[in-house]
Design a protein around this ligand. Structure first.
Ligand code: RIB
Length: 338
């Protein structure tokens, strides 16, 4: 069988020239000055690879594939299937198909899938992480590829449309709730701090506790990764803290559920020993024992709104950034301290 030749795209040129995709884009579109040395490298990579910029990328394509790529970081986190469902329901009702790619939040996987989807002539891309690098997304936008960021806020790309929950506010609500239950010693199991959701949940939590004059020494921070396995392992780190906290805010429900499992193995009663609060309100959070108190995101709706904004952009309208409100959902995993 003869392998079909993949179409060369901007990422291939950038790799060959040893520069960022944004630099390739600047050279080809003459949108900013690039040094003669880099210009030369880019142009010779373009020649060697016979790269012809995709007319689609310049908004001149007339024939669409009516397909959208959703790049998610962790299919094992129940947050993402619910989100993907929202995306799919919306795109299919608008006559589009969805291609789902799981990257394990790894930059190389994200790049590989973006390449693949571009080669398939995808109409637009939805990202749930920025591991691929803001420079790459920036150059995709410059090339005219419609993109939406889901559940994260971009740091430097003003023109990137995003749909997100107010993560800072969610962290504040968690801090306020645990403080008002009378807790004095706290722990936070964070998500990855290279993403805005992880950082903002932590910042909201810390700022709130500081506002209530809780001392730094009474707030332990354990860095984790938004996975159930990460949460499971973090439970051991919590058990090593001296003094032990009585209240723990997990940056998502998957981690809180992983930790519940570990505490259960150690016969540690929740909420008697630790009050636990999560973030997301994934469906199984109401089914675990004890049912998890959490900060709720409108997960399905985030998917729908992200799809709506992306299709607007594909169809030539302007997309809008959207920020949704987090809400406290009280169940049985926290208790009052007397
Ligand atoms: O990356 C996973 C996490 O980010 C989810 O659990 C959800 O909290 C999202 O914002």
């Amino acid at each position: 069988m003869i392998a079909k030749k993949e179409k060369i795209n901007i990422l291939d040129v950038a790799k060959k020239a040893g520069v960022s995709p944004a630099t390739v884009s600047r050279v080809l579109n003459k949108t900013a000055r690039v040094s003669p040395e880099l210009t030369k490298r880019v142009l010779s990579a373009v020649n060697e690879l016979n790269y012809v910029p995709d007319p689609f990328a310049h908004g001149m394509r007339t024939k669409r594939t009516k397909s959208i790529g959703l790049i998610i970081s962790d299919i094992t986190n129940p947050f993402f299937p619910e989100l993907a469902r929202g995306v799919e329901d919306y795109v299919s009702s608008a006559g589009y198909s969805l291609i789902l790619c799981n990257t394990d939040a790894k930059r190389d996987n994200e790049k590989r899938y973006v390449n693949l989807l571009l080669n398939k002539g995808i109409d637009g891309l939805m990202f749930t992480s920025l591991r691929i690098g803001e420079d790459v997304i920036h150059s995709l936008l410059t090339e005219g590829v419609p993109c939406v960021l889901v559940g994260r806020k971009p740091e430097n790309i003003k023109e990137l449309v995003y749909v997100v929950t107010d993560n800072y506010k969610g962290g504040c609500i968690a801090g306020e709730y645990l403080f008002r239950l009378g807790h004095k010693k706290f722990a936070h199991v964070s998500g990855p701090l290279d993403n805005s959701a992880g950082r903002e949940r932590l910042a909201g939590f810390l700022d709130t506790l500081k506002r209530y004059k809780v001392k730094e020494k009474d707030i332990a921070i354990i860095n984790s990764d938004f996975t159930m396995e990460g949460g499971y392992k973090s439970a051991d780190d919590i058990l090593k803290l001296d003094p032990l906290p009585s209240a723990i805010f997990f940056a998502n429900d998957a981690m809180a559920i992983g930790a519940l499992q570990r505490f259960w193995e150690e016969r540690i009663n929740i909420p008697e020993i630790f009050s636990i609060i999560g973030f997301d309100n994934i469906k199984i959070s109401g089914l675990v024992a004890p049912p998890l108190t959490t900060i709720s995101q409108e997960i399905y709706n985030i998917g729908q709104l992200s799809a709506r904004e992306l299709i607007k952009i594909i169809e030539g309208e302007k997309g809008e950034p959207i920020v949704l409100e987090p809400k406290l959902v009280e169940r049985r995993s926290c208790r009052c301290i007397d």
